[in-house]
Design a protein around this ligand. Sequence first.
Ligand SMILES: Nc1nc2c(ncn2[C@@H]2O[C@H](COP(=O)(O)OP(=O)(O)OP(=O)(O)O)[C@@H](O)[C@H]2O)c(=O)[nH]1
Length: 191
Amino acid sequence: MTIAGIVLAGGQSSRFGKPKMFETYKEKCFYEYSVEAFKANSLSPIIIATNQGLLPHFKRDDEVEFIIEQKSESHQGPLFAMHHAMTKVDAEWYFILSCDIPFVTSEFVKKMISLAQGSSYDAIVPIQSDKVHPLLALYHQRSLPKMKKLLDQDIRKIRVFLNEINVLQVSFSADAEVFVNINRQEDMLYL
Ligand SMILES: Nc1nc2c(ncn2[C@@H]2O[C@H](COP(=O)(O)OP(=O)(O)OP(=O)(O)O)[C@@H](O)[C@H]2O)c(=O)[nH]1
């Protein structure tokens, strides 16, 4: 089973006010927590999906590749960015991690990967207290055509995409911190 790890790190961070992937928690950039959780599970390749403007600010790392959205492709949202990166890398499964979740752990990634083994689902998505987290999830290569069809219709909502594919929802307890997602400056108080 081949699994590519993709860190989505090319958003506008408009609510946060500055590029949040480079915000630090315990002296490490947010995006580095995602990269480390992939490395600890020996995922290969590990990819950062970003754009030209942000690229120079990432640390160079021999184990990490970049997929760059050109001007016309940048800021098109997570569904577009996922599809863009997934079509550029050949793998059976794609583990997507959003760059703004500093509490993501290698144990979380490991548990999700164990569920992909031999799975016939199109996606494996965590759920906590009725909230699904599609940007910390696994997508099978076979989900790509449905993704493309929606994007061709200019439909960008991941919720719509999830309704069209066969999803295994994985429940996590309400106190699991993995899903703390930083969108605004005030969310930093959770750290
Ligand atoms: N590569 C890439 N990543 C994206 C894009 N849009 C969003 N993301 C990433 O997807 C994740 C969730 O993004 P959001 O927080 O919803 O959006 P954002 O643009 O980062 O922030 P806001 O402007 O405040 O909505 C973050 O990790 C973003 O970096 C995009 O166009 N390209």
